[in-house]
Structure formats: C-alpha cells, structure tokens
Design a protein around this ligand. Structure first.
Ligand SMILES: [Zn+2]
Length: 374
C-alpha cells in the first residue's frame, strides 16, 4: 500500500502498519496520507465511498455499497431557523450508521495486511459496522461494548457472528478492556477512534457533499462529536478538496456534544489545547459519550484552524429534537444524531452560524438502532 503514517501535530512520519500507532514525540494517534492524484471530478466512477478510491488507501475494497446516502432539503425546521438547511441521512448506510464508511476502508486495509482477527471497543454502531464488514471479509471480530449499550445494537453485532464482550461500567471500561486484550499481541486493535484508516472512509463524506451539491460545498456542516472521527474526516476531506483546487473556500465545521459528556466543548469554551477532564453522567446520546477522546488535541487544533465551534446541548433538548426531526421532517434518527439540531440553534444564537448560510446537519444513525439499555 502506497502512502505513509504521519503525526498531525509535528509531522513525524513512518511506514503504514495494521495497528494504530502513536507519535513518539506527541503521543497522539498517527494519520494516513498518500499523494493526491491530479484528476478532476469528471474522472470519478462508480458510487458510494469507493467512487473516491483514487484518494483512499489503494487496497481491494470490502464493500456493502456504503456511502452515496441521501442529502435532502429540510421542509420545515430550516425555514423557522432562517437558514437553508440540508439533512444528510447517514442512517441509510448498510448497517444503519455512518460508521460503515470507516469500517469498509479499515477492514479492506487490514485484510490487505493479512489480518485474520480484529478487536474494537464501541458504544455500538462502530462495533456493528465492524462486525458486518469482518463477516463480509471472512475475518473474526471481537467487540468490547458497554453492557448498557442499545439492546438492538448488541443483537446486530451478534447476528454477524462476532464475539461480543459486554463490559460493565462506563464507556471507558470497554476501552480499557480492549487495550488489555490487544496489548498481548496476536490481535489487531481495529480502533475506529484511533486507526488512521477508519478516518479515510469518513473523509469521503466531504467529497460526497461536494458532488451532492453540484460541485459546491455548504457554508457550515454540523456534526455530533464523540471520538471526533467524523469531524476530522470531514476536515481532512475539505482540506484535500482545497489542495486539489476543486473548491476555493473550506466549509466551517462545528461539533456538538451532550452536556453529560463534553470534554471538547468545555475545552473549546475555556480556550484549552487539550480536552478537559470530565466525569460523564448517563446520556441518551450514548454514541458521543467519550470522556477522553484520543484525538482530542488534533480536534481542538482543527477547530481553531477551521473556524467552526464546539457546543454542548442539554439532555432534555436531545429527546425533543429527535421527536421534531421525526414528526416535522419525516426523519427518524437515533438520539445521538439528534444533538445536531439543538447544537445548530445554539450556534445561531452565538452568531457562529449566520442566518443566510447553507447548513448541512449530519444525521449519523437510524432511529431503528434503539436506545441505551439499563
Ligand atoms: Zn508528533
């Protein structure tokens, strides 16, 4: 595979390997890069994320047709908020969440390396996606999931024949358990929060939005943020579109967390360069509850560079937003995805998003995914 791993903070680089690697100087997860081919949008072929294969790791794809999801206009909420609002329906991906984009590229790269068994920790959606793509690739998957994860997500993971390890306690306990298991060797840590390859699949979203909008980009994109892969993937993708000369200005990207667990939003408000230590309480937005995001410093730096913002939203407002999207727009999303609506309202109040702008809300997962269990 052509390309290299590099540190986003100090530019240390090395050859690609299957496991996530941390910068020996900065301690942050390394990212992947390859030379961008000199092609134009008219040269792209096929559909879904592999339409952007010239910009992805050059491996044989393990694919279920991920990507190519609908971008629809808001019929009511946008008008009331006074913005031109577009909704990207990531629940339309094969396993019901945007994680399929990352899982497809990650599993493809790992199969290329000859890896037979992968492990990850997840609140549910990334584990479900990895279980599906591992099954597709003929690989084994061991997935560490908090025991309070949505029962529907747990059933989905088991349906694909993955080994499901239910870990009692907070989300961080599952992360610790997988680190212990993979630290012994023989098992690759296919971390959706640390692997440089997962983000490559998420990056395709920037290219896709650009094509969805007729070779243009929105003024602002609003995303839920837990581990920050989606945010960083978009940031990376838009940067590449600039480098290719396909766009002349980068959209701003803002990130939304639940107040119950907001290490990045708190750090942003305080002007810190690293995530603030938080003691998370339970939230319906289980997918964005990551108390100590490994890429926190990279996220905060990208936010400063990009000009977006990070905000946190109240628990009660998340549930109401989920109902509003379902009743008034016909779109049923899981609670984690719904955080972007109150997030947008807050960004408008603060003047980060202006009333005349075109805004895309990334609706990350289907409502059929269910809700956290007990
Ligand atoms: Zn470094």
């Amino acid at each position: 595979m052509r390309g290299e791993l590099y540190c986003p903070l100090c530019n240390y680089s090395r050859d690609p390997v299957p496991d996530p690697v941390h910068c020996p100087r900065c301690g942050v997860p390394l990212e992947f890069r390859r030379d961008l081919p000199g092609i134009s949008p008219e040269d792209l072929r096929g559909r879904g994320i592999w339409r952007y294969a010239p910009f992805l790791p050059d491996v044989e794809p393990v694919t279920l047709g991920e990507g190519g999801t609908p971008l629809v206009e808001s019929v009511r909420i946008g008008r009331e908020l006074g913005v031109e609002l577009l909704l990207k329906l990531e629940g339309a991906n094969p396993t019901g969440s945007f994680k399929d984009r990352g899982a497809s590229v990650l599993v493809s790269v790992l199969r290329g390396f000859g890896v037979g068994t992968v492990a990850d920790d997840s609140s549910g959606n990334a584990a479900a996606a990895l279980a599906a793509y591992a099954a597709r690739a003929g690989m084994e998957a061991i997935l560490y999931v908090p025991s309070h994860a949505s029962p529907k997500k747990l059933a989905q993971i088991e349906a694909h024949g993955a080994e499901l390890v239910r870990v009692p306690g907070p989300r961080s306990a599952a992360a610790r358990a997988v680190r212990e298991a993979t630290g012994k060797g023989g098992l690759v840590y296919a971390s959706h929060n640390e692997s440089p390859y997962f983000i490559q699949g998420l990056k395709a979203l920037a290219y896709e939005l650009y094509e969805d909008m007729g070779y243009e980009v929105p003024d602002h994109v609003v995303v839920p943020l837990g581990g920050g892969g989606l945010f960083l993937g978009l940031y990376l993708g838009f940067r590449e579109l600039m480098e290719l000369g396909w766009i002349e200005r980068e959209p701003r990207i803002s990130a939304v967390q639940a107040e119950a667990c907001a290490p990045i939003a708190r750090a942003w408000e305080l002007g810190e360069v690293a995530p603030v230590r938080v003691d998370p309480v339970s939230t319906v937005a289980e997918g964005v509850c990551i108390a100590d995001p490994p890429r926190g410093r990279e996220i905060l730096r990208a936010l400063r560079d990009n000009g977006g913002a990070a905000v946190a939203v109240e628990e009660g407002r998340i549930r109401r937003a989920q109902a509003e999207l379902a009743e008034r727009e016909g779109i049923y999303v899981e609670p984690t995805s719904a955080v972007v609506l109150p997030g947008l309202e807050r960004l408008l109040r603060r003047g980060v998003v202006k009333g005349t702008e075109t805004v895309v809300l990334l609706l990350t997962g289907s409502g059929l995914k269910g809700e956290p269990g007990s």
